[in-house]
Design a protein around this ligand. Structure first.
Ligand SMILES: NC(=O)c1ccc[n+]([C@@H]2O[C@H](COP(=O)([O-])OP(=O)(O)OC[C@H]3O[C@@H](n4cnc5c(N)ncnc54)[C@H](O)[C@@H]3O)[C@@H](O)[C@H]2O)c1
Length: 438
């Protein structure tokens, strides 16, 4: 061990994982954890549960499991809660989502039935395709935020939780840009009291979480806490946060393939991505205003990875088109097609076709688990504000102002693991490796 390890509080007691939205992703996550706890399934896709981390030299043979290397909450210590605009419990919601087999859901019925969503903060103006009934009423948006803070406190008491984290797994809201109301805490709080339309429900949850010193991850592309007032509140209150938009499916593939093309200096004329999906997320994204939020999140990835300004011969002016088509028969089993027009030596064109028959929520659920556990770790370590080392999990990673986001999955993974090594005082791995040849 080369440096001093950072002091990390042990994960004593229960960790409450509060999910905003009890839909396909949330129920697949919760049902999955319950099934794993009973030995019915394996946590495939979860870095915290399946991953190892190499320490020291390649010849040292030290590669512990990530969960043995850093002190993470155990699955048995997780307690789940949620808010949703529909009152159905997690059992009914899981059946409704239609992701997992009914047989599997039946085996964890009591655990799922115990999760009854709290009333949501919701306004159809921000999600046009949804119309719910299980919604809080309040004099203004500040009153709604106070109700959410009380929900958190009540949940913590009722379930004997030592700590809480929140993961936004609710529907994608309409596209919003930061305005002067989002600049300072004072202007933000005034906007809450004034019921300003610039404050979306997701921002009310985020504000309530930060005021209550509860870590918050944003799994959707909404603006949510990515505004100066809330970023400052996170730092001032010592709360770790991360987002935005879980990196699954097509964008995951993009951030795997694009770094490879760039590594070999292969050029790109265009990348056309289209997909069909039929779940409720697809229905919400069928509204142009919600789609716009998603599109922005999906489009930025290639520009940042390929750096057209640095490599104009290879990447200047490539076309990048992303389509999402709501097609009910497919349910959660999305199909994503990519047509990639590349060019090689002397400019000769070639094509790559990808047809990814994926399952959206199966890809997203392990990310929710890892984010909940890592945010809790960050909280116990005293890390505050944006947790860029968790970019690995997001399509549109939050970064410090004026810093461009890192989208390359492999750089993101290295950053994540080096952060863990740093916390434990281990040498960072640079892959230089000259010492093996001295
Ligand atoms: N599954 C993936 O691969 C993936 C990837 C990236 C992002 N996402 C995002 O994750 C989110 C969840 O996806 P999903 O497939 O579970 O969708 P879903 O429609 O099945 O679930 C969303 C749930 O949120 C509820 N909801 C909406 N607004 C709410 C509010 N203000 N408060 C509380 N609940 C609210 C809805 O009633 C619904 O039950 C979406 O925003 C989606 O875009 C999913």
């Amino acid at each position: 061990m080369s440096k001093k390890a950072v002091e990390i509080q042990e994960p004593k007691g229960k960790l409450g994982v509060l999910l905003v939205g009890l839909g396909a992703v949330s129920t697949t996550f919760v049902a999955g954890v319950e099934a794993i706890k009973k030995g019915l399934a394996e946590p495939i896709g979860s870095l915290t549960q399946m991953g190892t981390i190499r320490l020291g030299k390649r010849t040292d043979n030290r590669s512990p499991m990530v969960k043995d290397f850093v002190p993470l909450a155990a699955l048995n210590d997780l307690v789940f809660g949620a808010w949703d605009i529909f009152a159905e419990d997690a059992y009914e919601a899981a059946l409704h989502a239609g992701v997992l087999e009914r047989d599997l859901i039946a085996q964890i019925k009591p655990e799922l039935q115990a999760i009854k969503p709290m009333k949501a903060v919701f306004d159809q103006y921000y999600v046009k395709r949804l119309n719910g009934t299980h919604i809080k009423q309040g004099e203004n948006k500040m009153a709604l935020a106070e109700q959410l803070m009380k929900d958190m406190e009540d949940f913590k008491q009722a379930n004997g939780c030592d700590r809480l984290v929140i993961v936004w797994c609710a529907s994608t809201e309409i596209f919003l840009k930061a305005t002067p109301e989002h600049d300072t805490l004072e202007s933000f709080e005034q906007a809450l009291r004034d019921n300003s339309p610039t404050i979306a429900p997701s921002m009310i949850y985020a504000y309530a979480a930060l005021k209550s010193k509860v870590a918050f991850a944003n799994g959707a592309p909404n603006l949510t806490l990515d505004v100066p007032a809330l970023m400052k509140l996170a730092v001032d209150n010592g709360v770790p946060v991360c987002g935005k938009d879980f990196k699954t499916g097509q964008t995951l593939m993009k951030t795997i393939i694009a770094p490879g093309l760039k590594a070999r200096y292969l050029g790109l004329h265009g990348w056309f991505s289209t997909n069909i999906l039929g779940n409720r997320d697809g229905e919400v994204l069928d509204d142009p205003e919600s789609f716009k939020t998603k599109e922005e999140s999906k489009l930025s990835v290639l520009e940042y990875i390929l750096q057209p300004d640095t490599y104009p011969t290879l990447y200047k002016d490539f076309s990048h088109i992303v389509r999402i088509n709501y097609y009910p028969p497919r349910g959660d089993n999305k199909e994503g097609w990519d047509n990639i027009d590349i060019f090689g030596w002397l400019g000769y064109p070639m094509q790559i076709k990808v047809d990814f028959l994926c399952r959206d929520s199966i890809l997203a659920a392990p990310l929710v688990l890892d984010l909940a556990l890592f945010l809790d770790l960050a909280q116990r370590t005293g890390m505050r504000g944006i947790q860029e080392w968790l970019s690995f999990y997001f399509k549109s990673p939050m970064t410090a102002p004026d810093l461009y986001p890192e989208h390359d999955l492999f750089i993101q993974l290295m950053k994540l693991k080096n952060t863990l090594r740093h916390l434990k005082g281990e040498d960072l791995i640079t892959h230089l490796g000259l010492e093996y040849y001295d």
